[in-house]
Design a protein around this ligand. Structure first.
Ligand SMILES: [Zn+2]
Length: 360
């Protein structure tokens, strides 16, 4: 099977069982991919596979989460999404994803229950509320670091006050240390003005982050931190609230800032990653890739954000190679030149099994 990746010499590779092997061992039965372009898989770095949509929040139970996970993870595979970072859910039931058959879901890292201060998120039993002085102990004693990520809610609007930062800076910095000691990374929901503290505290991944400053982006780039803008979600929330409402105006402002910050992030070398949040059906991360391009990334950077950059970020091979899990997605055009093609994978393989093919 020929692997042609943008900017690299094409090479042959074989597949045996769930793994890539040197081409002489086994290429039998594989399709002719010589006219196609390969990526290691698409990646959705802000997914919530335990939930179906934003509108069903109150109806979510542990049982509904258990039911949703296999359906939603398969939807990702079926679109060529072979890597997901699940940024948490209503409870630690999100971690069930890790127990499902790896052939039938993407490679996954997942946060457990989302963590906020009392009143610092949706409420109604959604996520886990922790007082700031109990956060570090909560993370230390928490099974939720098992999925590799801790998800904090950094800011949330309060009636009559607008958005409020949930955590004092020192607490954030200590929480990051505690998570790193447990070999987990920290992602933070920063829809308003918590991102400067989060970047300074060493948080690994800024989720949304419309108000990141140039200094923040420079600092993130210097330490290999990630930024997951979730443009599709910002647009969804703007439209849901109405662009003229006080909440909606913040999204309008934030989206304008995104137009400045995305090209800046690309030039500074920030790891920008594509994430859909709850705004589009599971698997449709190509839609976010197109929005990232529309808001200022190049086609190459938008495609990298939706694939190779995510593989590099989590330390998985960003190109198919012998010994690695046989994950690959092929396209009929070079996705680094035209991001739209990400929505039309021609051939999808996960761990050596064909998920979908349009080839003869
Ligand atoms: Zn989210």
């Amino acid at each position: 099977m020929l692997i042609r990746m943008p900017g690299r010499e094409p090479y042959e590779i074989g597949v045996s069982g769930s793994f890539f092997v040197e081409p002489d061992e086994s290429t039998v039965g594989l399709p002719d991919t010589s006219d196609l372009w390969a990526l290691p898989g698409l990646a959705d770095c802000h997914a919530h596979v335990s939930m179906m949509s934003l509108n069903e929040f109150d109806a979510i139970t542990d049982e509904s989460m258990r039911r949703a996970i296999p359906t939603n993870t398969w939807a990702h595979l079926d679109h060529g999404v072979l890597l997901i970072l699940d940024k948490g859910g209503k409870s630690d039931t999100t971690l069930v994803t890790l127990d499902h058959d790896a052939d039938k879901r993407p490679y996954a890292e997942t946060a457990g229950s989302m963590i906020s201060t009392p009143g610092g998120y949706y409420g109604n039993g959604f996520g886990t509320e922790v007082e700031p002085d109990a956060l570090v102990e909560h993370i230390r004693t928490k099974a939720a670091t098992r999925g590799g990520w801790v998800k904090l809610v950094g800011d949330w609007p309060r009636r009559g006050q607008g958005p409020v930062n949930n955590w004092p800076f020192d607490v954030l910095a200590e929480a990051v240390k505690a998570a790193h000691d447990a070999d987990a990374r920290v992602a933070i929901h920063s829809m308003a003005y918590s991102s400067a503290d989060a970047v300074a505290a060493g948080v690994d991944s800024i989720e949304h982050g419309p108000f990141l400053s140039e200094d923040d982006l420079t600092a993130l780039a210097a330490r290999g931190g990630a930024w997951v803008p979730t443009i599709v979600n910002m647009l969804f929330l703007r439209d849901m609230l109405g662009a003229d409402s006080s909440g909606g105006r913040m999204f309008v402002d934030g989206l304008e800032r995104m137009r400045e910050n995305l090209p800046l992030a690309e030039s500074l070398g920030v790891t920008v990653l594509a994430g859909t949040d709850m705004a589009v059906p599971h698997g449709e991360v190509a839609t976010e890739a197109m929005r990232l391009r529309e808001y200022g990334l190049s086609d190459a950077a938008a495609t990298a954000a939706t694939s190779t950059a995510a593989y590099d970020y989590v330390g998985r091979s960003a190109q198919p190679e012998a010994g690695a899990e046989a994950d690959v997605v092929f396209f009929r055009e070079n996705p680094f030149e035209r991001v739209e093609i990400l929505a039309e994978p021609a051939f999808i393989m996960r761990r050596g099994k064909i998920v979908r093919t349009t080839l003869d």
